[in-house]
Design a protein around this ligand. Structure first.
Ligand code: SF4
Length: 244
């Protein structure tokens, strides 16, 4: 461990380093690599962060969760990224015993029954694998942005992640707009998920994601049968920002 990651230490490390995403990513690598990894679902935001991360060091770590229910287009994008950067993506799968039990007892679409049933599926396929992925890390990077949803409107760039042992959680693009993200993707010709060209704005598991209509909130196509306040899968339970 390079540092004991108290909130005061984290705050001192990050003071004056929260403005420019490239600087945030570089600072994160300098402080925490190899105990730092980017959680990638190959969203547009993740593509920006992978590009920034690989520019700092080619062996920076990227992990991804294969829920078993992803769209083929998401796998295509992941492969395109792997080839472009030569990055070894650390894939995590759900515990097969838990998926087998869920599907045998409740079928293949139990998540549509209720919020609790959906959270059960998300826990098995995402939250528990994430816990394993984060084990041993001091910090993780995410592509979250405030603009994405009401549940993310107060998102800090840096927070201590109480839900994951108090490690540091970093969202370099927290205050970026969707337009800024697209501008970066286009300027750098990043290979992106083709579902974005079909009206998708936020892409998760295939049966829980649909395209959105013009003017709808960016995450309106995720679990569209639920209220906006419930639209988190449990991966991003907000901790608290370090004191400044
Ligand atoms: S997004 Fe849907 S299919 Fe994927 S883990 Fe959550 S409930 Fe299950």
């Amino acid at each position: 461990m390079k540092n004991k990651l108290t909130s005061a230490v984290v705050a001192a490390q990050w003071r004056d380093n929260q403005a420019d995403p490239a600087a945030v990513v570089r600072h994160a690598v300098e402080l925490y690599h190899p105990a730092l990894a980017l959680a990638a679902s190959f969203s547009l935001e993740d593509l920006v962060l992978i590009d920034l991360l690989m520019a700092v060091r080619a062996d920076a770590r990227v992990f991804a969760l294969d829920t078993g229910r992803l769209n083929p287009e998401s796998y295509d994008c992941a492969e395109a990224i792997r080839r472009r950067y030569g990055v070894q993506i650390e894939w995590y799968f759900p515990r097969h015993e838990a998926v087998e039990k869920l599907e045998r007892e409740k079928g293949l679409f139990s998540f549509r029954a209720s919020v609790a049933a959906r959270q059960e599926c998300c826990f098995i396929r995402k939250v528990e694998p994430l816990q394993r992925a984060l084990h041993g890390l001091q910090a993780w990077l995410t592509g979250l942005r405030r603009e994405q949803a009401v549940t993310r409107s107060a998102l800090p760039v840096i927070e201590t992640d109480a839900a994951h042992g108090g490690i540091v959680k970093i969202a370099p693009l927290a205050d970026w707009t969707l337009e800024q993200v697209w501008a970066y993707v286009r300027a750098h010709k990043l290979p992106y998920n083709r579902l974005y060209d079909q009206g998708y704005a936020s892409i998760g598991c295939a049966p829980c994601t649909r395209a959105i209509a013009p003017g709808e909130e960016q995450r309106a196509g995720r679990w569209w049968w639920e209220n906006p306040e419930h639209k988190e899968c449990g991966l991003h339970t907000h901790g608290r920002p370090p004191p400044t």
